[in-house]
Design a protein around this ligand. Sequence first.
Ligand SMILES: Cc1cc2nc3c(=O)[nH]c(=O)nc-3n(C[C@H](O)[C@H](O)[C@H](O)COP(=O)(O)O)c2cc1C
Length: 153
Amino acid sequence: MTIRILFFSVSGNTRAFVKKLQAYGEVQRTLSQEMPLIELKEITDQSHFEDEAEPFVAFVPTYLDGGNGLDNGTTEIMTNTLGEYIEYHANRSMCLGVVGSGNKNFNWQYCLTAKQYAEKFNFPFLADYELRGTPTDVETIYGILQDLVKKYA
Ligand SMILES: Cc1cc2nc3c(=O)[nH]c(=O)nc-3n(C[C@H](O)[C@H](O)[C@H](O)COP(=O)(O)O)c2cc1C
């Protein structure tokens, strides 16, 4: 069993977190063949858009125009290519949900992009973590993804 993750990362935090998830999955697999490995695909502004043939989970950090927890900025900036990728052809139908990240200093705008994706694309907001995440976040989110892919295996 494999969990496929498509992610976007501007300053490297999301990349670092999904790599930790992948490393955690490798350790889990050595303990039990039933534990899923994690496959990563980074979407960037240079990505060639492809048709996704297998289910995946999207990971997106939050960058908003005017987002400082005080102003009303709710417009996604920087990460838009991931949303466009999900919208491309039938890719949306392969997306099982989204995991958001951000910084709690942004108050109600914390992880807003992932919440907006969940609403716009009508898939679940699965989990959130701050910045590069903690070891507990890795464990928790791996568990959530494991339960999710089991349903689709
Ligand atoms: C200009 C800027 C705007 C940001 N806006 C938000 C925001 O509105 N809400 C939030 O939760 N985090 C916000 N963040 C925090 C980032 O989402 C957080 O640092 C995240 O871990 C970045 O992921 P990345 O390194 O993979 O790009 C912002 C960060 C920057 C630099």
